[in-house]
Each structure stands twice: as C-alpha cells, then as structure tokens.
Design a protein. Structure first.
Length: 562
C-alpha cells in the first residue's frame, strides 16, 4: 500500500505538470502536446502596418443609438496640418503622441529595462512596420473629429523637469461637422496613469449629440522576447461589476465567439500581456457600451463608447477619462480602479495567490531582496504546514520501519497474492500504520504550491530583480543552471530517503520521474526554481529530524536498475 500511496502522489504531480506544459504550448500559439485541439494561429500572422491601424471606418457604433461611423480625414486638412510625432518625458515614462488624432502611439517605461542584458527602456506601446499597439479616442455620430483627424498641438513644455509635478499636452482639432474636439493629456510625476480630458464644442447652429469612443488597438502577436515557457495571457480584457474580470482570446474574436458585457456603468477595458497592461478608465456611473472586434488582418481592438448627450449651439461639454500604461504592480493597480489589479492574472487560485503575494510583499519591505523574500516565504509556509508535513513524514517513517518485514512477507507469499494481501493488512493493523496516512497532508498543499507558482510567475517586481552572485534576474532562467541542478539533486535525495517500493518497476519510476520533470526546471525562471529548491531542502531537513526522533535512522535507498 505504501507504493500505491507514492504512485497516487506521482500521478497527481505528473498530471499537473502535463496540464501546465499544455497550457504553455497553447498560450504561445503552439499545438498542445498531450491534448491537441483546433486552434487559430494568430501569433504566426504578420503584424499590420501602421497605416491600417484602426481606420475610422473600423470604429464600431454603440449599441444605443449610434448609427454613424467616423469619416476619413480630409486631405485638405491633412495637408494644412503636417503630421508630427511629439515625444514627451516624465520621470517614469517616455511617450510619443501623433498629431493625427492626438493618439498615444509609443510608450517606454523608463524604470524597466528590456532585460537584464539590455538596459534600453522597455517599450510597451509602439506603431511601427513590425508592431502595432496604440491608444486612440475620437467622436462618432456624425462627421466629427476622430483619431484620424489632423490636430494642432498647443505650445508648451515636453519634459517634466525637476521640481515639477505634472506635464500637460493639449491637442485641438479643426471644425468638423460643426464640432471641435480638444484633448488634454495630463501626466504626473511617478504615475503610470494619465488623465485625458475631452472637450467638445458645438460650433454649428443646431444641437449635436456626439459619442466618444476610447479604444486600445494591438496586433495579435506574442510580445517580443517573451519566453515560450511562460504560460501567460496576451490579449483584451474587460471588467464590469456584473461579470467581473473576463479575458478575451484573439481566436475567439476571429471566430465571433467573444462574449463580454455589452453595456455597463462601471469597469474598464484593457490590453494585457506578461507583467504589463494598458487600460481605459471612466468614472463609475458613466454609462458606456463595451466592444471587442477585429480591425484588420491580425489587428484587434477593445474599447468603450459613451454618449456626451445633447450639446446646444455655442455650448461645450467635457468628459474625463484615464489611461493606464505600465507594470502590473498589484498595490498600485488596486488604488487606481476597482478590479484593475485583476489584470495580474492568478487564474482560478486567486483566492490563495493574493494573500501569498501580500505576504511576499511584506517580507520584501523588511528584507529588501526578492530572492531572500522567496526563501523566507517558503520557510513561513513550511512552519504553517509543519504538523501536516510531520504527519506525512511520520507515516512514511513507520512504513520505512516495517518495510523489511513487508519485503520478507512478499517474497515468502509471492505465489499467493490473496494471502499476501491479507497478511499485509494484518501487519498494518498490528503496527497501527495507515498506508495512505501521508497522502492527504501533501495533497492539501498542492493548491498552495500552484498558487505560489502563479504569484512568482506573474509578479513584475521579479523582473530584473537580483538575488545573489550569478542570479541577476529572478524572472529569467538561471544562466549557469546551478539552481536547476541543485533542485534536481535535492529531488533525488528526497527519493533516496523514502522507502523503496517492493515492485522493481515502481522503484525505477520513482527515480526516473524526478529526473524527467526536473528537465523543465532548466527553463523556469530562477525565482520559481529557488522556491522549489528551498522547499525541497526544508522538507528533507524535516523528514530527517522526524525519522531520527522515531528511531528510524535515515538511510539512502539507491536505485537498482537491473
């Protein structure tokens, strides 16, 4: 029965790893290895050129009364107002705005390098021949200014200087359809969210009722440089209080199967990728229609449309929005908008992952090193689960103590399987040993392990964070494979300390499976491997102490591959 218990544990562990592996493949545009299914390969499609990035005719009409779509920009106006890209810089952002529509077309995060080897600032937003990821706004409901309308940038500073707290850019459109649109972007020191005020002036002689759209447009390619071993989501997301957080796969938009709330008075729309996100935010209580759609070949949009109401001649109305473009720092996102922290996706174990991240963050405030914070977190978890683990190891120690007796009995009754089973159960009763006693405590901890896996995989603070010596980036694989090798050795040591299964085939599998699963750890982020290695070392120490206390001297059951 002891070998059955170990087999069950290995099956649970093995199946979990198989599912994780398949998710890696699917999320990175590859075919599933073990559970293949028909998939739409968006990642392989070429990126759309900037010229095709959400043309005005592609902006959707709202579901509540919007019957017109924005027209193309006038060639005369385009010639009169030359298109220009304007770069502005704060202490954390370097952004490029296009005078065509006053849209945000480039965004660099100055505090986040591309990688540990490349100090160049990480580029989140881009509009180039190879990549499209932009934020746009405009008006629909008539021949009004859109994100394709040439605008004029008002004079003003383009860099946030020392001692200044905010930087303001104002774009003004020409008169189109009796309406003028002014966009005022306000960037604040240390902030990744930008205030965007839309002022709509009725310059005509009749009332107008324009609607404002805010959208994020990006191609369906995987973010540059992202590892194929990260099971992370890239694509649109929508949040409302009614349906909560909802991710939308690019392939579901292609097939017309994307399902989101069509209207709401709260929530946000976002584009999400590993570690970073963008999101349009409106104040609660403002009615808005939500949409996701395919704009062009391999080009997708998520956005919302809100009515400005009727504007009388000579009158104006303003609507304030915010655009977030930055890292998925959970504590920061929680302060910006309800539910925005959910773009940092923990999956179905969010209820466990959130408190684990909180504890990890508190430890980092004290230790000031993310690597040692991981070690401390694992130590606290081992203390929390001490009695559960002690019960499991005590059961294993008892099994190990009676193992010679079981082996002798199996050899003596190998030709009488029924009698062998009866004799084995008798020995278990006499020795008060439950062969499954060590199984439940370990199974209970599996969700905690998976939740912590997602915490370490999703936490942007790990990106570029050093630990010691050769580990300069906890989010990247160990460059010298030292941690994976130590983790493999610790797994084999654990196997050696466990009672050897009587069945030779199972004994071989007990040694081969740790080796097979350890291969994947050579591609895991160093932070994840550090977690697993620390857990193994503490487990070995606890098992050694319990065995010694129970009078079962630790011994190494080495493999016999004969």
């Amino acid at each position: 029965m002891n070998d059955i218990r170990r087999t069950i544990l290995w099956v649970i562990f093995g199946f979990s790893m198989v599912l994780l592996w398949d998710k890696w493949q699917i999320h990175n545009g590859n075919k599933a290895t073990f559970f293949p299914a028909t998939q739409t390969q968006n990642a392989a499609a070429p990126a759309a050129t900037p010229a095709s990035a959400a043309s005005p005719a592609s902006v959707p009409t709202a579901g509540s009364g919007a019957t017109a779509q924005p027209p193309l920009g006038s060639p005369v106006q385009a010639a009169a107002t030359p298109r220009e890209r304007v770069t502005v810089t704060t202490d954390v952002l370097r952004l490029a705005f296009d005078t065509e529509g006053g849209s945000l077309v480039e965004g660099e995060l100055l505090k986040y390098p591309e990688s540990a080897k490349d100090p160049k600032p990480f580029q989140l937003l881009d509009e180039s021949a190879n990549r499209v990821y932009v934020a746009q706004t405009g008006l629909i409901g008539g021949a009004y200014p859109t994100h394709k309308t040439p605008m004029t940038l008002m004079p003003g500073p383009r860099e946030l200087k020392d001692g200044e707290q905010e930087l303001v850019l104002r774009f003004e459109s020409p008169d189109l359809g009796g309406v003028k649109l002014a966009k005022t972007w306000t960037l604040k020191r240390g902030a990744y969210d930008m205030a965007v005020r839309h002022e709509v002036v009725n310059t005509g002689t009749a009332p107008v009722s324009p609607q404002l759209y805010l959208q994020l447009v990006r191609d369906g390619n995987k973010p540059p440089g992202e590892s194929s071993f990260y099971s992370t989501f890239t694509g649109p997301a929508v949040y409302t209080e009614a349906k909560k957080y909802h991710k939308v796969e690019f392939k579901d938009i292609d097939s017309g199967k994307a399902e989101i709330d069509k209207s709401s008075t709260n929530g946000y729309v976002a584009m999400v990728q590993h570690y970073f996100a963008t999101a349009w935010l409106l104040a609660d209580g403002v009615a808005r229609d939500l949409f996701v759609r395919k704009v062009d070949t391999n080009l997708y949009a998520v956005g919302m449309i809100t009515s400005l109401g009727e504007i009388a001649p000579g009158q104006s109305k303003t609507l304030d929005a915010r655009l977030f473009a930055g890292p998925q720092i959970e504590t920061l996102l929680e302060k910006l908008a309800p539910g925005l922290e959910l773009v940092k996706d923990y999956g179905w174990l969010t209820i466990l992952s959130k408190p684990l991240y909180w504890l990890l963050d508190q430890l980092h405030k004290v230790i000031a090193n993310w690597g040692w914070s991981i070690v401390a977190l694992v130590l606290l978890l081992k203390i929390a689960f001490y009695w559960l683990n002690a019960k499991a190891y005590a059961s294993m120690a008892k099994m190990k103590a009676i193992n010679p007796r079981i082996q002798e009995m199996r050899e003596r009754l190998k030709d009488k399987p029924q009698q062998m089973q009866q004799e084995m159960m008798r020995i278990y009763r006499e020795e008060k040993v439950n062969p499954m006693g060590g199984c439940l405590p370990i199974v209970i901890q599996i969700p905690v392990f998976i939740a912590l896996y997602w915490v370490l995989l999703s936490t942007v603070e790990m990106r570029g964070a050093p630990w010691i010596g050769w580990v300069h980036d906890l989010s990247a694989p160990d460059p010298y494979f030292i941690l994976p090798l130590l983790m493999t050795a610790s797994s084999l040591l654990q196997t050696a300390l466990n009672p050897a299964p009587p069945d030779p085939m199972q004994a071989k599998m007990m040694w081969l499976m740790p080796l097979m699963f350890s291969v994947m750890f050579f591609f895991f982020p160093a932070g994840l491997v550090l977690y697993w290695l620390t857990n193994n070392i503490l487990s070995i120490a606890q098992q050694w102490i319990i065995n010694t206390r129970m009078g079962v001297p630790p011994q190494f059951n080495l493999p016999k591959f004969r």
